[in-house]
Structure formats: structure tokens, C-alpha cells
Design a protein around this ligand. Structure first.
Ligand code: TEU
Ligand code: CA
Length: 556
């Protein structure tokens, strides 16, 4: 049987606001994306995941949608979108849309109606509760700071918002809400889009008791009552039955807080829910008393354990979505590699480390160039509401030192990955002729797509080869279907694994540290398939791995 197309694909995530601005207003747009399709074709990707392009007041850069069936004015219009889809399809590139249906914008007509009165036909589209003793209905904290409840004068009640107060949560227990969403999904699918990335789909079903959560910091934790709630699988099965199963599409759920056991339910091959899910255990390793806000280096032993757990755990049951970064995470090379002296070596190493695992790899725009964190040192450079709110809450209420918080932001703020794409050495990295909505990283003069396309040793060229190896080489079957097994597990700061298929084996060695190391190999090798230092340094059955070296070898 032939594999599903999304299992033999590499996906590229576009964050439209920061990708390419065609008209000089400082904001990326659809026309800009169209102008870069040939670049993406040369890179060799098969599928684009488009972060939201719908009409939005942009409290959360498009993750607060006020009209699901219109295009954000700054990005263009529906004609532009239709042309994008057509132009992508001409190049055999599919497009999957971001589906943000846990919440809408508070400026969505449904919410404007809903808040008007308790009798309004849209009242039950959202989650309204009475206050308790003149306070919020419970102690839940929003993920973007403050309480998760917002008081509304008009009816003297509170509405739930897991994210900002401009992102009220939809009430999925209301059959009408689900039907409206399915209708909207069908409308996009009829247009020919190729699937959906489903934003925080793990949060759509809330525990009806709405009880207080355990206090973490200033507020109660809503996760046990909102993540993987009582009806989430029932609703996804319904969505699958009524919508998804009728089209040749792919789905990936952003399943915040997902465990392996839950993931098997969302993405089990026999479950009729989703094709795959994003899990976050590897990207959340540094988390501590202030949640994601920290400046700790990643514990590599823990990182290896996470990969082992998910690769082995889903074997034969479900399919992994592989990623280092996205628009919510810092830049991979800054977080897991080295964005100084060894930037290029470590970017290449991280690429192979991820792309040789079993699953569908996702590249976040700029990762293929080895783009680095923003390097902002002033709070006023930040635009992300999560970062700005967290700064105020942690510094002003929880007593974190401002310098310390700035360090945290520098490490993990979402704006690190949102700085404009670095296209060339022209003004603003060729992203815009105007004033970019978020500062361009000044390192663009030596780090940009145009230079990297010309350079045979660049990170970009390496990515092209790596994608070619995965999709169009004698190793393609092994890479997509072979089993995964960790290797040399006792070696600290080394990520190593084997992929095996029909009697063949590839060994992948990733030196995660800026120092050399010697490794005694337990099996003979036949040939080196790739090495970011050109020539691998073997001496008998010992190999010397240089800083951030990666090596793929065929084992005998
Ligand atoms: O992210 C959900 C989510 O889990 C984030 O809140 C994540 O914890 C945080 O960004 C890590 O810093 C999705 C989108 O990817 C994100 O951009 C949106 O802001 C959020 O949902 C609300 O729609
Ligand atoms: Ca623009």
C-alpha cells in the first residue's frame, strides 16, 4: 500500500506577517508569499502551513479571528488568496490552513451578539458564568496573564478566555457552534485547501464543573479542566465524520499539554480523529517556577528521552510531527545549538537530527537559513502580547528583576522567531521597503537567503540536500518508514540513533556540544552519507566528532 502523501512530505510554516512585504507597508502579505513560491520550490518542500490570514484585529497577530471567511486587509484579499492557492498547486505545493476554533476575536459578530444579552441567540456560543462573591467564577489564570475570566457590564457576567481577553473561548458543547465551524471548514476545503493545522485543539472541551485549579504563581491552573476535556475526542470524531473524511487532506493538531497516551487517541491510525499532533515536551524542557520564562540551557539527556519516548511510543500506532521551532518558540539554533561561532555547523546538525527521525518534519521560516534569536535588549522592541504581559506580571507583581526578565525574553520570547525573514542584503533584509512591523535582525547582512542560495556550503544548501535525501534518494523509504532506535545513550551531549529498514541501517550522530569528542563505534560502517565537516574523522573504529558535527553513516 502506498503511504499517505503527508507521510512523505516536508512542511514549511509561513508566518505571513514576517515573510515578505510586497507593498512597503512593513507587513508581510499574500502577494509577498506568491513572489517566494519559487524559492520554496527550490528548497524542495511539499506543503505550506500558513499561519492565520483571516480578518483579525491582531491582538494576537491573527490568532484572534473576527471573520473566518475573509482575508486580513493587510495581507490582501480573497482573490490574492485564490491566486496563492492556484500558484502553489501549479508547483505541486499543497497549502494547509491554520484553523483557530478554540476561540474567536471579541470582535467576531458571534461574540458581539453574544455579549448583548442573556437571551441573545448567540449567547451560548461562548462560555458565560456568574461571578462568585463579587469575584471571578473561579481562580483560573489566562495563559497570556491575568485571570482567565473577563467581567462584562452588559449582563453582569464573566466570559472565559484561556488566551487574551480579546480571544473569548467558544462553547463547543453547543451543537450550533460545531455546525458553524464545520460549515466554515467545508467552505475552505471546497476552495481546494489541503488540510488544517488546528490551533490548541486539545482545549476545546471544558470540564463543566469549572472548579478552582491548583495555584501556580498568581492564579489557578486550568489545564486539568480544559486540556483533553470530557468530549474532545467525541467532537473530533464528529468533525472527522462530517468534514475531514470527505476530502483528501491532512490534519495536524496543536495539542498543548498532550501526553503520549492522549496523543495515541488524537492521532491513532484507527481512531478517525487527526493525522498527527504537535507535542511540546522537547520545547518545554527549560520550564520552571515561572512557567516557560527561564534562561536555562536544555538538559540534553532529558531531550534524548523525549525523542525516544515519542519515536518509540507512536511506532505502529500513530505518526509524529517533528519540529524544533515555530512562531511561538525561539529560534532553533539559538535554543539548541550555537548562534555564535558554530552557527552554521549547529544549524546543519539540528536539521539532520530532526529530519532523519521518523515522522513529518516541519521547517519554520528562516530555520533553513539558520536564522537566530532577535537579540532585543529593550522591552519597547517587543510586540508579542504574551511577552509584554508576562514582563509586567513577573516584574511588577512577582518581583522578578527587570534584567532577569529581559534575559528570559531574550531566550524564549515568541518575537525571537517573528523577526522578518532575511532575504538579501538590501534595506530591511529585503523584507520590506517600508518600516517593518518588528525589527529586522541586524545580522541579515551576513545571513540571508540570496547569499545562501549562491553558497554551496550554506545552511540553505544543506537543507536542500537533506530534503532531497529524505524525499528523493535511495534512502527515502528507510527515512520515512524505518524503525527508530536510540544509540550510544550513555554518551552525554550526543544525540545518536539508528534507522533500520529491510536489512539496512543508517546511524545518525549529532554532537550537541562546542567541544570535540571521541566515540568508539560499536558497529562497522560501510559509507558516510553526509557530514557537515565534509570529511568524517575516522581512525579505525573510533570517530572524532568535532563541535556540532553531524554524521550520517550506513552501517554494515
Ligand atoms: O498556541 C497555543 C499555545 O499553547 C501557546 O499559548 C503557547 O503555550 C505559547 O505561545 C508558548 O509561548 C497557539 C498559537 O500557536 C499561538 O500563536 C496563539 O497565540 C495561541 O494558540 C492562541 O491562539
Ligand atoms: Ca504589505
Amino acid at each position: 500500500m502506498k503511504n499517505a502523501w503527508w507521510k512523505e512530505a516536508v512542511i514549511y510554516q509561513i508566518y505571513p506577517r514576517s515573510f515578505c512585504d510586497s507593498n512597503g507597508d512593513g507587513i508581510g502579505d499574500i502577494e509577498g508569499i506568491i513572489s517566494k513560491l519559487d524559492y520554496l520550490k527550490r528548497l524542495g518542500i511539499d506543503i505550506i502551513w500558513l499561519s492565520p490570514i483571516y480578518e483579525s484585529p491582531n491582538d494576537d497577530n491573527g490568532y484572534d479571528i473576527s471573520d473566518y471567511q475573509n482575508i486580513m486587509r493587510e495581507f490582501g484579499n480573497m482573490k490574492d488568496f485564490d491566486r496563492l492557492l492556484e500558484q502553489a498547486h501549479i508547483r505541486n505545493i499543497r497549502i494547509i490552513m491554520d484553523l483557530v476554533v478554540n476561540h474567536t476575536s471579541d470582535e467576531h459578530p458571534w461574540f458581539i451578539e453574544s455579549r448583548k444579552s442573556k437571551e441573545n441567540p448567540y449567547r451560548d456560543f461562548y462560555i458565560w458564568k456568574e461571578g462568585k462573591d463579587g469575584r471571578e467564577p473561579n481562580n483560573w489564570g489566562s495563559w497570556f496573564g491575568g485571570s482567565a475570566w473577563e467581567y462584562d457590564d452588559a449582563t453582569d457576567m464573566y466570559y472565559l478566555h484561556i488566551f487574551s481577553k480579546k480571544q473569548p473561548d467558544l462553547n463547543w458543547d453547543n451543537d450550533k457552534v460545531r455546525q458553524k465551524i464545520y460549515e466554515m471548514m467545508r467552505w475552505w476545503l471546497e476552495k481546494g485547501v489541503d488540510g488544517f493545522r488546528m490551533d490548541v485543539i486539545s482545549l476545546i472541551s471544558k470540564n463543566p464543573a469549572f472548579q478552582d485549579g491548583e495555584i501556580h504563581g498568581l492564579y489557578g491552573d486550568l489545564v486539568p479542566y480544559c486540556a483533553h476535556g470530557p468530549h474532545v475526542h467525541e467532537y473530533l470524531k464528529e468533525m472527522n465524520r462530517e468534514v475531514l473524511s470527505k476530502y483528501d487532506i491532512m490534519t495536524v493538531g496543536e495539542t498543548s499539554c498532550v501526553t503520549l497516551e492522549e496523543a495515541k487517541k488524537y492521532a491513532g491510525e484507527d481512531r478517525q480523529e487527526l493525522n498527527m499532533v504537535f507535542q511540546f515536551e522537547h520545547v518545554e524542557l527549560g520550564s520552571g517556577i515561572y512557567g516557560k520564562w527561564n534562561d536555562q540551557p536544555i538538559d540534553l539527556i532529558a531531550l534524548k528521552k523525549v525523542f525516544k519516548k515519542w519515536e518509540e511510543g507512536l511506532e505502529g500506532i500513530g505518526w509524529n510531527a517533528l519540529f524544533w521551532s515555530n512562531h511561538d518558540q525561539p529560534r532553533a539554533v539559538s535554543r539548541y545549538g550555537n548562534d555564535g561561532e558554530y552557527r552554521e555547523y549547529s544549524a546543519k546538525m539540528l536539521g539532520v537530527c530532526l529530519h532523519l527521525m521518523k515522522g513529518t518534519p516541519y521547517i519554520y521560516q528562516g530555520e533553513e537559513l539558520g536564522m537566530t534569536n532577535a537579540g532585543f535588549t529593550d522591552l519597547s522592541d517587543y510586540r508579542d502580547l504574551e511577552s509584554i504581559n508576562a514582563y509586567h506580571e513577573l516584574v511588577e507583581v512577582q518581583g522578578v528583576e527587570p534584567e532577569q526578565m529581559m534575559r528570559y525574553l531574550g531566550k524564549v520570547s515568541r518575537d525571537n522567531a517573528r523577526t522578518p525573514m532575511q532575504w538579501n542584503t538590501e534595506t530591511n533584509a529585503g523584507f520590506t521597503t517600508g518600516k517593518p512591523w518588528l525589527k529586522v535582525n541586524p545580522n541579515y547582512t551576513g545571513l540571508n537567503a540570496a547569499q545562501e542560495e549562491r553558497d554551496e556550503d550554506s545552511v540553505l544548501t544543506w537543507y536542500k540536500k537533506m530534503i532531497g535525501l529524505r524525499l528523493h534518494s535511495q534512502w527515502s523509504e528507510l527515512i520515512s518508514e524505518g524503525t527508530f532506535a536510540p544509540a550510544y545513550r550513555e554518551e552525554k551531549n550526543l544525540i545518536a540513533y539508528r534507522r533500520r529498514f529491510e536489512g539496512k541501517a543508517l546511524l545518525v550522530l549529532c554532537n550537541m556540544q562546542p567541544e570535540e569528542r571521541e566515540l568508539k563505534l560499536s558497529a562497522a560502517y560501510r559509507q558516510v552519507i553526509a557530514d557537515n565537516y565534509k570529511e568524517a574523522a575516522f581512525a579505525g573504529n573510533t570517530v572524532c566528532l568535532r563541535p556540532y558535527e553531524v554524521l550520517i553513516a550506513e552501517e554494515a
